[in-house]
Structure formats: structure tokens, C-alpha cells
Design a protein around this ligand. Structure first.
Ligand code: MG
Length: 206
């Protein structure tokens, strides 16, 4: 089987590959030289592309907001399947990252350690996602699992996600879903967002 293709979710020009949560055209985020920046109240963006199992690469940059704290400081998020939020926040130099800090699975699982860079430096997420499994009747048989590399080191190691996080697109787990990038009112930027769809399993042969 050939290696999967890398699918760029940003076309470098506009948000025509994305919608709002309700499926209407995406709002007016700033797009400049392949960098996409949240504009407060223009809304979350949801990829038209959907995937099951996948590797997901995201580069992000939080703004410098020295007068702000906690959830008001560089907040955004990368929602896998639109349902599992890998938090984006300025958590630089926080000794013990918590459920709400950068690279947490928001409000569920804290990162194993803090590997944040400073505000205004580009950072990476490389996420390996195993989608939930369903039987022929649509009953859930396996929860999804997620591994998250933050700036090249694993901050979540094959977590079983028994619950969704943040504000999911719907209350149901799905076999295939989109990527969602959050507008939390802060001017967080993204670039080089791509996915590789993975086959659900290898061949049944020796
Ligand atoms: Mg967030």
C-alpha cells in the first residue's frame, strides 16, 4: 500500500476550504503569506475535509499579551474531529501544566510536561489520532485514542478519550470528522496545517 498523501488544509490564499460551525462560509480571519490569524468574533473555522484515523500537523503562534492571564492569554484550540480540543494557550514557563493549559486535552487531561515556547515563536503539534470504532449497528466498540507531540516531544502518550472536550461540534462521537480551529477572541496565528489520512489497519497477510 502506498504511503498516504499529505493534504494541506490551508490553500495559502483564503478560507474557501473551511466553514463556520453551522456550515456557512468561514468568517474573515486574516490571511497573509500563508499565515491565518483569528479575528475576534469571526468564529471558529471547520475544515471541509474530514478524516477517520490520521496524522495531523499544525503550526501555531500565540500573540504576546503581557497584561493578560490564564484563559485570556493566547487562547485558541485545535479540535480533532471537531470534538477533542488540544488547547492552544500562552503557558510559557508554567511549572506544572494543568487541564486548561497549552497542549492539554482541554479540561480532561493535562500535558505530561510543559514544552511551550514563548509568545510570538512558532510552535508545532503533531497529532496521531485513532478514530473511534463502531459495529455494524453503529454502536461504539472502541474509544478514540490520541498521541500529541508538542514541539517534537510527546505530551500525550496514546490517551484513550472516553469523553469529548471543550465545546464539541455535536454530542456524538463520529467515525469521520473535520479539524476545527478555535476563535477564542485572541489573535492566534496558524500556518502549515496538513493531515495524512491513515488506513484503519494493515493487510491480513504475513
Ligand atoms: Mg481553547
Amino acid at each position: 500500500m502506498a504511503a498516504p498523501e499529505r493534504i494541506d488544509l490551508f490553500n495559502g490564499k483564503d478560507l474557501s476550504n473551511w466553514t463556520k460551525r453551522d456550515g456557512s462560509p468561514a468568517g474573515n480571519w486574516i490571511v497573509e503569506d500563508g499565515v491565518y490569524t483569528v479575528v475576534d468574533r469571526e468564529g471558529d473555522i471547520v475544515s471541509k475535509e474530514t478524516f477517520g484515523d490520521a496524522m495531523i500537523h499544525v503550526e501555531f503562534r500565540v500573540p504576546d499579551m503581557p497584561d493578560k492571564e490564564g484563559q485570556d492569554k493566547g487562547n485558541s484550540g485545535v479540535f480533532v474531529h471537531g470534538r477533542y480540543e488540544v488547547q492552544v494557550l500562552d503557558s510559557y514557563e508554567r511549572d506544572v501544566p494543568g487541564y486548561g493549559d497549552c497542549s492539554s486535552l482541554y479540561d480532561r487531561h493535562a500535558a505530561l510536561f510543559n514544552n511551550c515556547k514563548k509568545a510570538m515563536e512558532w510552535q508545532t503539534y503533531d497529532i496521531i489520532f485513532r478514530a473511534p470504532r463502531f459495529d455494524a449497528d453503529g454502536k461504539l466498540t472502541e474509544f478514540p485514542r490520541i498521541t500529541v507531540m508538542h514541539n517534537g516531544l510527546p505530551v500525550h502518550n496514546n490517551l484513550v478519550m472516553e469523553r469529548m472536550t471543550g465545546a464539541p461540534l455535536t454530542e456524538e462521537m463520529v467515525a469521520e470528522g473535520p479539524l476545527l480551529l478555535q476563535d477564542h477572541g485572541n489573535a492566534v496565528s496558524f500556518r502549515n496545517v496538513w493531515i495524512c489520512k491513515l488506513p484503519p489497519k494493515g493487510a491480513d497477510k504475513y
